[in-house]
Design a protein around this ligand. Sequence first.
Ligand SMILES: NC(=O)c1ccc[n+]([C@@H]2O[C@H](COP(=O)([O-])OP(=O)(O)OC[C@H]3O[C@@H](n4cnc5c(N)ncnc54)[C@H](O)[C@@H]3O)[C@@H](O)[C@H]2O)c1
Ligand SMILES: O=C(O)C(=O)C[C@@H](O)[C@H](O)[C@H](O)COP(=O)(O)O
Ligand SMILES: [Zn+2]
Length: 361
Amino acid sequence: MADDDVTTIRVSGTPGYDVLVGRGLLERLPDVLSPKTAKLLIVHAPTLAARAEQLREQLAGRYEVYLAEVPDAENAKRVEVAAFCWGVMGQTDFTRTDAVIGLGGGATTDLAGFVAATWLRGVDVVQIPTTVLGMVDAAVGGKTGINTAEGKNLVGAFHEPRAVLCDLETLDALPKNEILAGFAEIVKAGFIAEPEILEIVEADVDAVTDPGTPQFRRVVELAIGVKARVVGEDFTEQGLREILNYGHTLGHAIEHAERYQWRHGAAIAIGMMFAAELSRLTRNLSDADVERHRSILTSLSLPTTYPVGRWKTLLATMQRDKKARAGMLRFIVLDGIGRPTTLEGPDESLLFLAYQNLADA
Ligand SMILES: NC(=O)c1ccc[n+]([C@@H]2O[C@H](COP(=O)([O-])OP(=O)(O)OC[C@H]3O[C@@H](n4cnc5c(N)ncnc54)[C@H](O)[C@@H]3O)[C@@H](O)[C@H]2O)c1
Ligand SMILES: O=C(O)C(=O)C[C@@H](O)[C@H](O)[C@H](O)COP(=O)(O)O
Ligand SMILES: [Zn+2]
């Protein structure tokens, strides 16, 4: 049953869309679809099979509903899996007025968005994120993509969703370690733009990471608000949107080094620690603010160190970062909490110095 306690966060764009946060929102799916839509393809993770079936039954009288179960987690973000979805769409004569539904964590919604962006050069997608990370970050903003052997998200498209339904009920079955991984992106929003998030986390980490509390709801909505404001201003990442990549230059290289077996949030936590150390060296971020990164991430049971011997491998992968220009690496660093800026082409020796400060010998 949908309850009345629903928050709507508007993302401006062309045409823009709403992100709804509340419980029982799956029922609202028909309200956010185009009246012309006849067929739905629900792209879902294996862990969401029962929910997908429940949705199919609920929508069956009104739409022709197809399910595409895709591999779990990062294994979904492969071109073979996109081709499987395109195959289902081809066989079911999916037209430009039909719609894809992404149901799962960020990996599933990244794939579903990519499939929607590319089928017939673009059909509607409604994202139903079922992880904390998906709700506060991945499903909002229209960045879609898959990985290649060379790196993370190297193939993709910017494609606005028609709506994002963050149904908090879906989090009831989410394991604690996935909740904590999602907090990496929540505190990222805090570090770059919304210090209130950090204060709430510091005040009571157990309460804030419990999806039943008002603190949890507050930080989720604050983080979505940061994402909505940034992508509303710079959808295709011409400048401002790069701040959302705080911690991701090294973080993505770690995910690649770990063959995508790590949680995104865990890799990004180390990446943010590195970015904080780099900020201390290049922007005078205070020792206290660097330590604040470490203590917040540690309180969330997120990692902050990585073996020093892996540096060369990570550096090589970072060269393929999407923010790099003409062979020059670029990093998001902080002048202070809530004050992100860009660091262009730092020396390799400086990067290593920052890395050594967090490396686990
Ligand atoms: N497009 C963007 O802007 C953006 C932003 C941030 C992250 N991402 C991407 O998102 C991905 C990470 O997303 P994630 O952390 O959600 O990981 P994920 O999609 O791999 O999900 C994590 C795990 O949780 C399980 N799961 C999902 N929902 C569940 C539920 N309700 N109950 C029980 N289990 C559930 C999944 O099956 C999976 O095993 C990465 O690929 C990252 O690159 C994209
Ligand atoms: O939305 C964005 O822009 C982000 O950078 C958000 C990140 O949290 C996310 O992981 C994103 O997928 C990274 O994008 P990429 O362009 O570095 O692949
Ligand atoms: Zn991320």
